[in-house]
Design a protein around this ligand. Sequence first.
Ligand code: OSB
Ligand code: MG
Length: 373
Amino acid sequence: MKIERVELRELSVRLKFRFETSFGVEQDLRKIILIAHADGLEGYGEVTAGNVPGYSYETADTAWTALEHYILPRIVGRSFATPAELLTALDGIRGHNMAVATLETAFWDLQAKAAAVPLWTLLGGIERPIEVGASIGIQGSVAATVEQAERHAAAGYKRLKFKIKPGWDVEPLRAVREALPGMPLSVDANSAYRLTDARVFYQLDELGLDYIEQPLAHDDLVDHAKLQAMLATPLCLDESVHSPQDARKALEADAGRVINVKLGRVRGHLGARRVSDVALAFGAPVWCGGMLELGIGRAHNLHLTTHEAFTLPGDTSSASRYWDEDIVDPLLEAEAGVQTLPTGPGLGVTLKRDLIERLTVRRAELGPAGARG
Ligand code: OSB
Ligand code: MG
């Protein structure tokens, strides 16, 4: 397929809630979407980076710059037969996986539309209901945390994940465990602890959590392996895994026993598949993480999750939890903790053009004549 033209749009959107993690608070978000044009078809991708470099070094701004100046100029006007070929053309770009993934995932959407099949069939998935959990931010009071836990459990979510940070960990989780004795629960520290905080993890180890996500530094597999050896609860790696090589090293070192796969972090669908293949080979369960996505990113996550390696509930909860209005039809809603795949070719969602126009704060287009503002 020849990529004739690519549009970038930055949208200004507001989450329905303030989402607090160990690295900061998010609510007013800058979301970039990408529309790739080929053979009369449109492929959609979404940047998953945050406003600031808290979760990763990438941000909405760095992704925009990487796409506009480094990635798209190598791609626009050229033909690619497969996503692997497209990625090869980007071999010279180190890192910036979220920016690359935005284009890579849009190219998969194009290919599925050209083949007139739903994206999951190209990804080697199986058509099945997608069980999802919910990721719950730091609430600031134990009572509010328990209230959130009970509300999401009643809504049918299959697993509840709580953000923790030093000083906000054992007490709220004990209260949630008491309120919901049989509920699958997990915590996500987003790298906020050190090995010297082992006392906290010994206490969390008593609560029967499904896993403890990314407790230690993003680049420290050695200390994660030490902590894993001290605990019965599996560690789940998020920020530490950017490639199948990272997954192999982590699982070989027993630095974790579960992997959270996020399309942006691993450079797109091909990277995600290779990471989940490594996990399957090690017998480690994987699940699809979330980055507070709009409908394009959310739909990509659902198609990804159809693969057999994804055996634990992911974070792709109902779009209406996050947004008053989403930018795609249909609205991607979980019923009793189960998301259904959109039908139709490719992602199976259509863009709400008028809404997107109203939310747009920056645009660029790269075509045969190069960049236009
Ligand atoms: O660590 O999984 C994370 C959101 C932004 C950045 C990092 C993370 C998250 C979430 C939210 O946990 C998942 C979601 O509901 O999209
Ligand atoms: Mg995480």
